[in-house]
Each structure stands twice: as structure tokens, then as C-alpha cells.
Design a protein around this ligand. Structure first.
Ligand SMILES: Cc1cc2nc3c(=O)[nH]c(=O)nc-3n(C[C@H](O)[C@H](O)[C@H](O)COP(=O)(O)OP(=O)(O)OC[C@H]3O[C@@H](n4cnc5c(N)ncnc54)[C@H](O)[C@@H]3O)c2cc1C
Length: 424
């Protein structure tokens, strides 16, 4: 088994990063080479701005190269809950932004000719218990009537041609998609560089200050100055950006990938070939890869770290869960096991805006594979002084009480969700 992201392992490396030291003055410095940063950099460069991306590791090193590859449209939250929490207007705006995010990806992939197996597969939210189906149905009625007619409610009988496991019905979101995340990350970096952005890898930003109306960024590769800075560091935000560290909880999330399944195994388990997620609080999500591996993820353990030891422990739990959902795959070989950090906010809504001289977009809470490119572009538009399509503009963002960097409280959150899964 390889303890490496399947997406990293099966994509070529980005070859367009500048070599050697970095220096000089830029219109915009983007910190972080994930989808947020790269989407912003491409947009800025297309508008003629002089832009540099400063990435601590390699492009796509963070969550962008480690996720489950589900490009879900609409809200991850219940739409009904979002209406209550955000008000109807913002809940609809956020829902539509997630829809638009997938259109954005589709357009960029076509414009830039990125070969990443993008496909409008549709997403199934599968009821794990009979009582969960009533909740799904209630939410579906509101979603279908008010914001997304491209949805359907499926009965257990309908599901027979979709998933080879006994779920109690599902909501289908037809606009959702999937793609090869590693190939997209490299393709987006190539597109940004092709449009004129300077991309620097191994350039950890160690210090940030402001003087004379300019930002000064000390990096492992040299010092740059910039008129504007976009912080696009997500769950990997370093301690020198304390404002964001107090608002983002970096939570470990883990994935395993099987060997390529045979046609008969695919027909028995995933005949519908969509992205799937179940309704448990400590839930699982899965999809097929372009070469028919089952990519199966979940929180598994409530851990604040993702390293080989932590990933391997979680991988064992995921293998067990996989065997429960698909007993026919209980003994299948697992070829890959990896993890990554998710940038979770207290209310699990993303945040994007401007604070104390810094632009930012982050806090996707495990649902940013599609929104991150789109929100990065929206922040680029805001920097350029254009009308932007930021659905969370001016959304209040208080610090998480008692949180200064490492989320010490995660095990307690895990116990709480375990208990909920027993009683709900
Ligand atoms: C295991 C897992 C599964 C997921 N599954 C899904 C899914 O199926 N669907 C979905 O919608 N979302 C999913 N997500 C979430 C999604 O991947 C993220 O929301 C999205 O990729 C965030 O992109 P980003 O560019 O904001 O952050 P990232 O991709 O994390 O990029 C941030 C970058 O900033 C760099 N950085 C940090 N600090 C500094 C610094 N000081 N100097 C320089 N560089 C710095 C990091 O090295 C990193 O590369 C998942 C995430 C994980 C971890």
C-alpha cells in the first residue's frame, strides 16, 4: 500500500515553477498554491496584474491534492438549516455560488484544455437509517421548489440501479460532478503560469509586515513586496497568520483507494457511477476513480494530524466501514491510504473578504473542491475593483473561543457525534 494521495501519485508534476530566489514588487502576492490561490492568480494575470503565488511546498500539496474528488453543487448543510442560520437570501446566494462553482470549473477546464476527466456525474445523499429519509425528503422539497429543480428524491427501489448496498432512499443532485483532482491542480497551475503568473514552490512565507502602503513578505526563497496580499492557506495556515488560525480549525480527514475494480465489481457496487455520501454524522463518502478504484473517505478519527501513522490508523477504520457498506469488497486490496487537513469554521460556512490589509478566502469546511477556484476568482475580482460574486461578503466571523491553533477539543467533538449517530 502507498501512503500517498492517489491524485498526487497519478498526476504529472507542475514543471512551470520559477527556480532560484524570488524578489521584486508585485501588484498581488497570493499565499498558498491550492485551488483558491491558483484560481485567483489565473484571474489576476488574465486582467494584466503582476502576480506571484508563494507556495510552501508544491502546488496542490494541501487539501486541493488530497480530497475525495466530489464536486457537489448546492449546500453541504441542510438548505433548511442554512435559511434559518443565514437568512433566505444568503442561503440561496451560497447555494447558487456552489452551483456556479461547477460551471466555473467546467469553463476553465474547457478554455485551458485541462485533461482531468471532468464529468457531471450527479451526487447521491444516501439515507443510512429509515428515519434519515424523512429529513432528506423535507429538505429536498424546499431545495427542489426554491433553488434547484435539478434534484430528485429516490426510493430504495430506485437505488437498486445506483448503489449495491441497502440504503433507505436518497436525494440526487444532478448538477454535481467529479474529476481527477491532481491533474486539475497541475492544469490550473499551468494555466495561471501560462497567463503570466509567477509561481514559486518551496516558498514558505515566514513573516508578513506592512510599511509605506506596501506588504513585505519574507519567504524561504527571498523577500517580495506587494500592493495586495491574498491569504489562500486554508487548513495549512501557519502560526504567523494568527487571525485566521483562531478562526479555522484544521481537522484531519482520511481516504483509502482500492485496487481498480473489475467490471463485475463495479456493476455490483457502483452501477450508477455517481459521487455518494451517507447521512451519518461520522459519515463516509465515495466515488470511482477514472481507473475504477473505489475512493472511500471519511473523518474516521477526530484527529488534528495527518501523517503516515495517523493516516494508517484511520485507513484501518475506513476499511472496516467500506466492508460494512459493501461486504463484497470487504477483502479487496487497498492500494492507497492518505489524509489531509480540512479548514473547518465554527458554523461550517466559508469566509472570504478583507481584514487588516489582507484579502482572504478559506473555511470551506470539507466542501471546497469546487468553491475554492470560484471564490479565489471572486477575491481576485474584488482586488481588481470589479464587482465580485462573493456569497459570504461581510458575514460575521468571530474567533472560535479557546482556539489558538491546534484544535485540542476534537476528541470531545468526536465523542459527541458518535453519541448522536447512536441515538438519531
Ligand atoms: C481528505 C480530504 C477530503 C476532502 N474531500 C472533499 C470533497 O470530496 N469535496 C469537496 O468539495 N471538498 C473536499 N475537501 C476540501 C477541499 O479539498 C478544500 O476545501 C480545498 O481544496 C481548499 O483549497 P485551498 O486552495 O483553499 O487550500 P489548500 O489546497 O489546502 O491550499 C493551501 C496551501 O497553502 C500553503 N500554505 C499554507 N501556509 C503557507 C505559508 N505560510 N506560506 C506559503 N504557503 C502556505 C499550503 O502548503 C497549501 O498548499 C477535502 C479535504 C480533505 C483534506
Amino acid at each position: 500500500m502507498k501512503y500517498v494521495s492517489y491524485w498526487h501519485d497519478t498526476a504529472s508534476r507542475f514543471a512551470g515553477a520559477v527556480q532560484g530566489p524570488v524578489e521584486g514588487h508585485y501588484d498581488v502576492a497570493v499565499i498558498g498554491g491550492g485551488f483558491t490561490g491558483l484560481g485567483a492568480a489565473r484571474q489576476l494575470a488574465m486582467a494584466g496584474a503582476k502576480v506571484v503565488v508563494l507556495e510552501r511546498d508544491t502546488v496542490g500539496f494541501g487539501a486541493s491534492g488530497r480530497n475525495g474528488g466530489h464536486l457537489n453543487n448546492g449546500l453541504a448543510h441542510s438548505y433548511l438549516a442554512a435559511k434559518q442560520e443565514l437568512g433566505k437570501e444568503r442561503a440561496i446566494a451560497l447555494y447558487k455560488a456552489l452551483d456556479d462553482s461547477i460551471d466555473t470549473l467546467e469553463a476553465i477546464i474547457a478554455e485551458e484544455g485541462i485533461d482531468c476527466n471532468f464529468r457531471r456525474a450527479g451526487k447521491l445523499k444516501l439515507a443510512s437509517k429509515p428515519q434519515h429519509f424523512a429529513g432528506l425528503a423535507k429538505n429536498f422539497e424546499a431545495v427542489h421548489a426554491e433553488v434547484d429543480p435539478d434534484t430528485a428524491l429516490l426510493s430504495p427501489t430506485d437505488l437498486k440501479s445506483e448503489v449495491g448496498s441497502p440504503f433507505h432512499g436518497a436525494m440526487l443532485s444532478k448538477k454535481s460532478a467529479m474529476m481527477h483532482m491532481g491533474r486539475y491542480a497541475v492544469g490550473l497551475a499551468e494555466a495561471a503560469a501560462g497567463r503570466g503568473a509567477t509561481i514559486v514552490e518551496n516558498a514558505l512565507v515566514t513573516e508578513h509586515s506592512q510599511a509605506g502602503g506596501r506588504h513585505i513578505l519574507k519567504t524561504a526563497k527571498g523577500v517580495v513586496t506587494a500592493d495586495n496580499v491574498l491569504v489562500a492557506t486554508g487548513a495549512y495556515t501557519t502560526p504567523n497568520f494568527g487571525y485566521f488560525r483562531r478562526r479555522i480549525m484544521a481537522v484531519g480527514s482520511f481516504i483509502i483507494a482500492t485496487r481498480p475494480l473489475t467490471d463485475a465489481e463495479v456493476a455490483a457496487t457502483m452501477p450508477g457511477n455517481r459521487t455518494c455520501v451517507n447521512t451519518m454524522n461520522i459519515g463516509n463518502y465515495w466515488r470511482l476513480s477514472p481507473d475504477n478504484r473505489l475512493i472511500f473517505g471519511g473523518r474516521a478519527r477526530f484527529s488534528a494530524t495527518s501523517d503516515q501513522r495517523s493516516d494508517a490508523k484511520s485507513g484501518e477504520i475506513l476499511r472496516e466501514s467500506l466492508g460494512k457498506i459493501f461486504p463484497q469488497l470487504a477483502k479487496v486490496e487497498i492500494d492507497y491510504c492518505w489524509g489531509g487537513l480540512v479548514d473547518v469554521t465554527k458554523d461550517r460556512y466559508p469566509r472570504a473578504g478583507y481584514h487588516d490589509g489582507l484579502w482572504y478566502a478559506m473555511g470551506y469546511s470539507g466542501h471546497g473542491a469546487q468553491l475554492s477556484t470560484h471564490l479565489g476568482m471572486a477575491m481576485a475580482d474584488a482586488i481588481l475593483g470589479r464587482p465580485d460574486r462573493n456569497p459570504v461578503k461581510d458575514l460575521d466571523w468571530p474567533a472560535v473561543p479557546g482556539h489558538f491553533g491546534k484544535p485540542w477539543f476534537l476528541p470531545f467533538v468526536g465523542l459527541y457525534f458518535k453519541m448522536l449517530d447512536k441515538i438519531q
